[in-house]
Design a protein. Structure first.
Length: 410
């Protein structure tokens, strides 16, 4: 009986926040909690340097303001088990997490309908490190997103983020995933050893990427489903694929060094990015590769056959696991087109965008420095290391052959 009473008292202590009006707003030392801990609307709670806050399940819901500001010498540690749902900041502006380690849980932190700042935060062993939701504005500076099982930083439609001086490493899906969000800027960041460094997906995804480096990723930058980023002054070297534009993606790539990748840039499925002033060097398989890329197919079949179900006639936009309609208003988004955690069948709102205009049968790579390929580029015709309609003139779709686009070099 005595053992049962001691166990019950210990369990109650896990959920107990320090008593008293002053203690309710400051937390130092080491504390353990289970279940949900709530910062009420209108209140500000401070976590002192060196504090350790541990969660067994539950989450830390912040409706007011949380100031968890450690120092370089005495960082704050917020740790959860696998059932921990993270810090959930919603409805209140001004929360700050700085000089801290946030580890464990399905999410490290989630921000919805609020503004928050994260500075010098190390995110460890999270499913998703930082989740920026609807009506949220986040600044993340000098952070480290270390080996998330899914995504380091996710910005969903309706959210915005300013990300600087941060490192993304070892992500199972993507270091940074921008899902239909505009107002996202990424400057001076490193992306190493991720399945994908940055993934931008869906119409409305507008991300500015500047002065970043990408190395040893499966794909450094994956742009898909009508996303249109602006990428400038980046080092994209030593990846399997440097840049992949897929499924009607667009955007600009300017003044980047694209070197030592297996494929420097891959363009496929009615995508038309523009590359200017980039330096291409030593990409092993191809500097530029087009595949299933045809303005002729897009003009004739693009707005109808994009909706063909998987496996029906080999639709070029098909892929395993769902329908091929990725457009806004589509009724069957595939798993690749949904944000992590979104239910099957979830599709973004809006109407069909209509046909693309001014299709010329070329993808614009004029005005770049081709290094070892420069003489061939100047001579015109087929160029070693450029795989396009010169190498693969047509592909077959539903019994008809369509002309492959060519890379416009001059």
């Amino acid at each position: 009986m005595r053992r049962l009473l001691i166990a019950a008292a210990a369990a109650a202590a896990l959920c107990a926040w320090p008593a008293g009006p002053a203690a309710a707003r400051e937390l130092g030392g080491t504390h353990d909690f289970s279940g949900e801990v709530v910062v009420p609307m209108g209140e500000t709670w401070k976590v002192l340097p060196g504090a350790v806050v541990r969660f067994r399940g539950g989450k830390w819901t912040v409706r007011g303001r949380l100031l968890a500001e450690g120092t370089a010498e005495r960082p704050i540690r917020i740790a959860g088990d696998d059932a921990f749902e993270g810090i959930d900041i919603r409805g209140g502006d001004g929360s700050v997490v700085a000089n801290a380690v946030v580890s464990g849980g399905s999410r490290g932190a989630q921000v919805t309908n609020a503004a928050a700042t994260f500075r010098a935060v190390r995110w460890e062993r999270n499913g998703i490190g930082l989740d920026v939701g609807q009506y949220a504005t986040v600044k993340a500076a000098e952070c480290v997103f270390e080996a998330p099982s899914r995504v380091g930083l996710l910005v969903k439609r309706g959210g915005s983020a300013e990300i600087s001086g941060s490192r993304f490493a070892g992500a199972g899906k993507a270091g940074l995933y921008v899902f239909g969000a505009k107002g996202v800027s990424v400057t001076g960041c490193r992306f190493d050893n991720n399945a994908t460094g940055i993934q931008a997906s869906m119409q409305g995804a507008r991300v500015l990427v500047a002065r970043c480096s990408f190395g040893a990723n499966g794909t450094a930058l994956f742009i898909e489903k009508m996303a249109a980023p602006e990428i400038s002054d980046c080092e994209i070297a030593g990846n399997r694929i440097g840049l992949l534009f897929s499924r009607r993606a667009e955007g600009k790539v300017v003044n980047c060094r694209i070197a030592g990748n297996d494929d420097g840039a891959v363009v496929e499925f009615s995508s038309y990015p523009v590359f200017r002033g980039n330096l291409f060097r030593g990409n092993r398989d191809a500097a530029v590769r087009l595949r299933h890329q045809s303005s002729e197919w897009e003009e004739e079949r693009g707005d109808t056959d994009r909706e063909v179900p998987m496996g029906a006639g080999g639709a070029p936009f098909g892929g395993p696991g769902g329908r091929s309609d990725f457009r806004p208003g589509g009724d069957g988004a595939s798993p690749a087109s949904r944000a992590p955690g979104a239910p099957a069948g979830t599709a973004s709102p809006g109407g069909p965008p209509g046909k693309k205009g001014e299709l010329t049968g070329t993808v614009d790579f004029r005005g770049n420095d081709w290094g070892e390929l420069a003489r061939e580029v100047e001579a015109g015709g087929n160029v070693t290391g450029i795989h396009d309609g010169f190498d693969e003139p047509t592909f077959e779709y539903k019994g008809k052959r369509y002309r492959m686009d060519r890379v416009l070099l001059r």
